[in-house]
Design a protein around this ligand. Structure first.
Ligand SMILES: [Zn+2]
Length: 469
């Protein structure tokens, strides 16, 4: 029962778990900041619209009559000072906290930092950071407004269409971009101060090493930077998720990878490490999942196989190594050393699966990948495959099935194992076709192509494939 049966056929590059230090902490923090920014932007949008309406004094034709006063809004100093207050009111308290969290990461990496000094420094600096943050946000907002107003005037469209065109500027998408970029900035700033306090002189630029890494950052991966030369510190572009790792006096860059040991580890050792982690997290995870699945009228099946065997972990890692993954890091690529399946009736499947994921998120679990194969025309496999991070940081896989889709998956598994060991050719193709045909017999529960995870901060990047933004 390999629960990520179809991963190999769906080669998408996810970030390497474990290579990003404090990823879970970052996600929690980023989400908090996103909510605060979204609130701030919504308040500012209200004020902007009220102000534009007042200035526009629409003519009877619905067109903007007072073009001059509308055009002046982006440049009204006092008005924007008021918006700054609004912004600071919503996001202000996040700043010192986030930078401090970044500073304490130094301690978690094993560096000795002077808590009192760093604490005071950060408190002193938070105000400046807040000003600069608002400066960046306001500049973009006002520039975009100027352009929108000019376009609106040029086309002679009514005020309502100007309001519509401004909406994305204050929407969730922008809040997410701002949160993601500024969290990176605050963490880098905190990291820098923490490292510095511990006597670190140089740092190493680190990317998350996934397919979404910007080329600018990719080129900097592993580069040594002076701790005081922040010109090339992340973020280097919107949504940059890079960070800096301290280089110790011995010349080693400290990252979370170090917790896997400095000496190369055999696949067996890595498999045992993965199993140990899974075993530790299993009881509480099973309990939480059981609670959620019951609430949504489904059941958790196959829990006796929740922990993947050492043998299948090694088999899976060997396969990845053959595909070119670094054998010393391959353990970090395994998401399903702990894996679960929730089963729902066909009639409530779509609704229940979505609700269950939302419930888990609310219970402190972080959903990290969502693959809705029901909506993916390029994949024969039917089901919803997700990976999550437990509150303690354990990664696990969670699949959602109907009784039928689960049975077919199990039936095909035997064939799949056969196919795995075969060279490409007519025989293999025949078996693959046989599997595809079997999958095609699965009745598709209604509503599965409409399932969406916008509320969890995900966006659909291709049919059925959702990415956290
Ligand atoms: Zn970057």
């Amino acid at each position: 029962m390999a629960s990520v049966l179809w991963l190999a056929r769906n080669r998408r590059c996810d970030s390497l778990p474990g290579l990003v230090p404090f990823e879970f902490e970052r996600v929690k923090r980023e989400r908090k900041i996103r909510v605060a920014v979204q609130r701030a932007l919504a308040a500012i949008q209200k004020n902007v619209i009220r102000r534009l309406r007042r200035e526009a004094r629409e003519s009877r034709t619905g067109l903007i009559a007072n073009v001059k006063s509308v055009s002046d809004v982006p440049d009204d100093f006092e008005f924007w000072e008021e918006q700054k207050n609004e912004f600071v009111k919503q996001v202000g308290e996040q700043v010192a906290d986030t930078i401090l969290e970044g500073a304490f990461q130094a301690e978690k990496l094993g560096l000795a930092i002077d808590f009192d000094v760093v604490n005071q420094e950060v408190l002193d600096f938070a105000g400046q950071f807040m000003n600069e943050w608002w400066g960046r946000t306001a500049t973009t907002t006002r520039d975009a407004m100027r352009t929108a107003i000019q376009n609106n005037i040029a086309t002679g469209a009514p005020l309502s269409s100007l309001e519509d065109s401004l909406a994305p500027l204050f929407g969730r998408g922008r809040a997410q971009v701002i949160a993601s970029t500024e969290t990176t900035r605050m963490f880098a700033e905190g990291n820098r101060r923490g490292y510095k306090s511990a006597g670190i002189k140089t740092v190493e630029f680190q990317t998350v090493r996934d397919s979404r890494v910007d080329p600018i950052c990719d080129a900097l991966q592993g580069q040594e930077l002076d701790i005081d030369d922040t010109s090339r510190f992340p973020p280097l572009h919107p949504r940059c998720r890079c960070w800096i790792a301290p280089i110790t006096a011995e010349g080693a860059a400290l990252t979370r990878v170090d917790t896997f040991g400095e000496a190369p580890q055999s696949l067996e050792t890595q498999a045992r490490g993965l199993q140990a982690g899974a075993r530790k997290a299993e009881p509480s995870t099973t309990k939480a999942l059981n609670k959620v699945v019951k609430k949504n009228n489904g059941k958790l099946i196959g829990t006796e196989h929740a922990i993947k065997t050492e043998k299948s972990l090694i088999r899976k890692m060997s396969k990845k190594v053959m595909e070119g993954i670094d054998p010393n890091l391959v353990g970090l690529e395994i998401n399903d050393s702990l894996r679960y399946t929730m089963q729902f009736s066909k009639s409530s499947y779509a609704k229940s699966s979505q609700a269950a994921l939302a419930d888990l998120q609310a219970a402190g679990y972080r959903v990290s990948t969502i693959k809705n194969y029901w909506a993916s025309p390029s994949e024969a496999y039917q089901g919803l495959n997700t990976t999550l991070l437990s509150p303690s940081g354990q990664r696990f896989e969670l699949q959602f099935h109907t009784q039928f889709s689960h049975r077919i998956k199990e039936a095909n598994h035997v064939t799949y194992r056969q196919v795995e060991g075969m060279v490409d050719g007519a025989a293999r193709q025949a078996l693959e076709q046989q599997m595809d045909e079997l999958f095609a017999t699965v009745p598709v529960p209604s509503g599965t192509s409409e399932m969406n995870w916008f509320d969890l901060g995900f966006e659909q990047v291709s049919p059925g494939m959702w990415e956290w933004i």
